[in-house]
Design a binder for this molecule. Sequence first.
Ligand code: ADP
Ligand code: MG
Length: 386
Amino acid sequence: MRSSLATLAATATAALGRQPDWIAAAPGRVNLIGEHIDYCDGFVMPFAIDRYVVMAAAKNGTSMSRWSSEGQPDACIPHDETQKIGEPAWANYLRGVIEGFRSLGHDIPGIDVAVVSSVPRGAGLSSSAALECAVATLLESVLGIELSKRDKALICQKAEHEFAGVPCGIMDQFASTFGEADRLVMIDCRNQEVQLVPFENPDLTVIIANTRVHHQLSDGAYAERRRHTEQALACLAQSSWREVTLDQVMEKWQQLGEPVNRRARHVVTEIERTQRAAELLAAREYEAFGALMDASHASLRDDFEVSCAELDVMVDIAQSLRGRGVLGARMTGGGFGGSTVTLCETAKAEEVMAILRERYQAATGIEPEIFSSRPSRGAHAFAKGD
Ligand code: ADP
Ligand code: MG
């Protein structure tokens, strides 16, 4: 569902059923390269996509918030007590962010909130970060305060850790808050520094292909991958992955053991690829950039083992169109389903999308969701009357 922000805001207002006092929006994200290394002091290169969670809210004169979102049970959250994980489950993202503001000493007044979204859920495009960042942006408006983008993202990351049980890195929430039109959000995850990298060449199109599968093992496997990388770093006797070279990993290959040695090789090579990709982008070397996306996919599939049959099918189809418009393709996000990202020449993008749709469906029997997105504006509130 592609809807403009104005349409989403109008839908949220209609769902609220009265004139909102505040409207806030936060986007999902896609990552071009640098996967599973945001929790390893690596570099990542996501951008905010043109898909948003939008919230319309009005005061309700109580000390609690009441939340509705299409397809989900309504949630009621008292603000005057320490938040705990509970039902409905989707409200845990809300509770986590509310707790973040409470722990800063803020008294949050009672509000009714209607949530609408164009971010596909569970598709590796971070609808969860979009939801958290939209709540945080809404609460800023309600409280009349403005946090730094960094602090806001960190509150949201903490919510994801403590209330959703996902030990994610900083990429998703940073991309959702720092995103800007025509800019990639290059993040140095060691010092959490953000560099907005121009991505405005109209001859390039980023295609996002949602496989529409989501394998259940993803949550436990994510935490396990994180543990493997920590184990590897300890075995390598280093404090940061940025100090580790491929030679060091290969020297300790036996000692690291299976599969931790391959996990380590992914981290080290992916950090290197992402740094190189940034240089290639600046030099407008798009073919070489695309080749690094392909290599990133192979590493995620073979060494980090977070791909799956459907992601591989979609990536294989895209990569087979190299020379016919495709520059590179890989899985994006946590893996085990979700989406792929393909860098493509704009002149060929429609044709490539049609082929991806047709061949993926023929191979899997699943109708994928395929769209393109330019880097878009990050989380923001709408002024009254906008
Ligand atoms: P991803 O972040 O890749 O989309 P996650 O599993 O991390 O996948 O997050 C998806 C979860 O986030 C959903 O199961 C739901 O609980 C919550 N969520 C996301 N968007 C919405 C929404 N618009 N309304 C209610 N819950 C949502
Ligand atoms: Mg998520």
